[in-house]
Design a binder for this molecule. Structure first.
Ligand SMILES: Cc1cc2nc3c(=O)[nH]c(=O)nc-3n(C[C@H](O)[C@H](O)[C@H](O)COP(=O)(O)O)c2cc1C
Length: 225
């Protein structure tokens, strides 16, 4: 069935991009992506996502403000995030991903240098012309809302892929949630879950194409019959 093939290809072609061309995304294309994303499912159809998109001069201002906050170690996350919490197979997968990315980027294995490089590139939105910040509406229990916003994020990312665009979800941007709210004038009641830098993937850059293992079905699914 051609439709199934198309879906299969779109799902697999959606890879996180970490080097973008500077070319802006046209308003028409962005509208088409946003029009797909609004069909994401949510608990009781509450749709508790609030999305702020920065492009052009505002994108640059946001990046500069986040870089300045990082330089002063002014972290303002709404939710805790710590790699040290990882263990076992989760730790292994995170380390494998980090090693593959830094090797593709040609960065030495020294941890401090890697960390600095990672923070800086994230806060430069990896050169993407636009970034979408995903905030959670202050309704009921946050884990449920985060699940809904995740659904929205993946629908947004798949639509980017279907339209020949690319994106990267970024928890790292949410470490500067307070800074983002300040720059964009966002209601403090809205908590930031993650951002998505997006645009046109730079072709041929190894950071966009390195191999990444995806756990086989047998590792993550138990069948009960
Ligand atoms: C919620 C979420 C947050 C993420 N945060 C970051 C981030 O801050 N920086 C980054 O470079 N990648 C980030 N990623 C991308 C993951 O590293 C990536 O999805 C994973 O390695 C699998 O690769 P793939 O997206 O190419 O399939 C994030 C992914 C998700 C789903």
């Amino acid at each position: 069935m051609p439709e199934t093939r198309l879906f299969h290809d779109v799902v697999r072609s959606r890879r996180s991009a970490r080097s973008f061309l500077p070319d802006p995304v046209s308003d028409a294309l962005l509208r088409a992506v946003l029009d797909d994303a609004r069909y994401a499912p949510s608990n009781s159809n509450v749709q508790p996502w609030v999305v702020h998109i920065a492009s052009g001069a505002t994108r640059d201002k946001l990046s500069q403000a986040m870089l300045a906050a990082a330089a002063e170690e002014r972290f303002t996350p709404d939710f805790p995030f710590n790699y040290d919490d990882l263990y076992g197979v989760y730790r292994q997968r995170q380390q494998a991903q980090g090693a593959a990315y830094f090797q593709a980027a040609g960065i030495a294995r020294d941890a401090a240098e890697q960390r600095r490089f990672a923070i800086m590139r994230n806060l430069e939105f990896f050169g993407a012309p636009s970034v979408a910040l995903l905030f959670m509406a202050p309704v009921y229990e946050t884990v449920r809302v985060a699940g809904d916003v995740g659904m929205y994020g993946q629908t947004f990312l798949l639509s980017l892929a279907a339209h020949g665009l690319a994106g990267v979800p970024q928890t790292l941007l949410s470490l500067f949630a307070g800074t983002a709210r300040e720059v964009l004038g966002v209601d403090p009641a809205l908590k930031m879950l993650f951002g998505i830098s997006f645009g046109y993937r730079e072709p041929g850059n190894p950071v966009n194409t390195f191999a990444l293992d995806k756990a086989p079905i047998s590792e993550t699914v138990t069948f009960h019959r």
